[in-house]
Design a protein around this ligand. Structure first.
Ligand SMILES: Nc1ncnc2c1ncn2[C@@H]1O[C@H](COP(=O)(O)OP(=O)(O)OP(=O)(O)O)[C@@H](O)[C@H]1O
Ligand SMILES: [Mg+2]
Length: 293
C-alpha cells in the first residue's frame, strides 16, 4: 500500500463540548487510503464528521490520535512552518460559501493572483496561469467582476480557479455545491471530473449530496463519526472507471464490527440476530437472519 497518496491510520479527533467541557469524539478509527490521481467523495449526514476530516486532510487541524500521511509528508507531526508549506503548496481548498473562497473587494482575476502571491507562485508565470484558469472554468469574460457581481455558480467556478491557482496536487472541497441549484451542481461536478481526468489532480469532496456517489471513482460512506464503507468502480483492463460496475464494500473496524449497508438491511428485512454460515467448498461466508423468537 505504499503507492498511496493519502494514508490515514486510526485517526480520531476529540473536541471539547463548550457547554459541558466534556470531550467527545468527532471522528473515530478512520482508516483511509487514496491513490494519486483519483476522484473520491466522502458522503454522510450532517454532524458525521465530514468537515473535521477534510480539515485534517487540509492541514487545518491536527488529529487527536492516529497518523496522516499525504504525499509522503507526516501531516500529523509537522511543525507550523511545515503545515504552512503544505497548505500553500500541496493543497487547494474549495469551501461551500463563495464568501469564504473569494475576497469581496477584489475582481475575479485579482482573487486568483492574490492566491498565487500567498503561495509564492512564480511571478513570471502568474499572468499566463490566471488566463488559463479563467478559460478553464469558462469565465474569462467575467474576469473584472467582483463577488457581488457574480452568480452563485459563477462565484463557485471562480472559487475553483482560486483553489487551483498554486497548482495543488490535492484539491479538497467541502460541500462545494451546497448553495447551488441542480443544474449548476452538475456543472461543478463536471468541472471537477474534467480537472481530475485532464490534469490528474487528486480530488477529495465531502458532501451530504448523494449525487456525488456516481461521479467519483470511489465514494466513502461516513456515518456516526467513522468510515462505514465505500462504493467503488471495479476496473477491468483498458476500461474507463465510468463505464464499469460498482461494488459496495464494508469496513471491518478494529473490534471486528461491520456496518451492513442500509440497502441490504431493508431488502432482506435484517434485524435482531444474524448467523454466519461457512461454506468450506467455496471458501465463502454467508450471513442469514436468525429467527430468535
Ligand atoms: N471546533 C470544534 N469544537 C467543538 N466541537 C466541534 C468543533 N468542530 C466541530 N465540532 C462538532 O463535531 C461534530 C462533527 O462536525 P463536522 O463539522 O465535522 O460535521 P459535518 O459532517 O461536516 O456536518 P455538516 O454536514 O453539517 O457540515 C459536530 O457535532 C460538531 O458540532
Ligand atoms: Mg461540514
Amino acid at each position: 500500500m505504499n503507492n498511496e497518496f493519502i494514508q490515514l491510520n486510526q485517526v480520531t479527533k476529540n473536541f471539547k463540548d463548550p457547554a459541558s467541557d466534556i470531550y467527545f469524539q468527532a471522528l473515530r478509527g478512520i482508516d483511509l487510503h487514496i491513490k494519486q490521481g483519483t476522484l473520491s467523495s466522502i458522503i454522510g449526514p450532517s454532524g458525521a464528521g465530514k468537515s473535521t476530516l477534510l480539515n485534517i486532510l487540509g492541514g487545518m487541524t491536527k488529529p487527536s490520535t492516529g497518523t496522516v500521511i499525504v504525499d509522503e509528508l507526516p501531516i500529523h507531526s509537522l511543525d507550523e512552518a511545515g503545515m504552512n508549506h503544505y497548505r500553500r503548496n500541496i493543497t487547494g481548498f474549495l469551501w461551500q460559501l463563495p464568501e469564504r473562497n473569494l475576497l469581496p473587494h477584489l475582481t475575479a482575476e485579482d482573487n486568483i493572483t492574490y492566491s498565487m502571491e500567498v503561495a509564492g507562485y512564480p511571478k513570471n508565470k502568474r499572468e499566463k496561469r490566471v488566463k488559463e484558469l479563467l478559460h478553464a472554468v469558462g469565465l474569462y469574460d467575467r474576469k473584472k467582476h467582483k463577488l457581488g457581481q457574480l452568480s452563485g455558480g459563477e462565484a463557485q467556478r471562480i472559487s475553483l480557479a482560486v483553489a487551483l491557482a498554486n497548482e495543488p496536487k490535492l484539491l479538497l472541497a467541502d460541500e462545494p455545491t451546497g448553495e447551488l441549484d441542480s443544474e449548476t451542481t452538475m456543472e461543478i461536478i463536471s468541472y471537477l471530473q474534467q480537472l481530475n481526468r485532464d490534469d490528474g489532480i487528486t480530488i477529495v469532496v465531502v458532501t451530504h449530496d448523494n449525487r456525488f456517489e456516481r461521479m467519483s471513482e470511489q465514494s466513502f460512506n461516513i456515518l456516526d463519526v467513522t468510515i462505514a464503507g465505500l462504493r467503488r468502480s471495479v476496473k477491468s483492463d483498458g476500461k474507463d472507471w465510468r463505464d464499469v460496475v460498482r461494488e459496495e464494500i464494508s469496513v471491518v473496524n478494529q473490534f471486528g464490527q461491520v456496518k451492513i449497508p442500509n440497502r441490504l438491511i431493508e431488502k432482506y428485512n435484517i434485524s435482531g440476530y444474524l448467523r454466519f454460515v461457512e461454506d468450506d467448498e467455496t471458501g465463502r461466508i454467508y450471513i442469514e437472519p436468525v429467527d430468535h423468537n
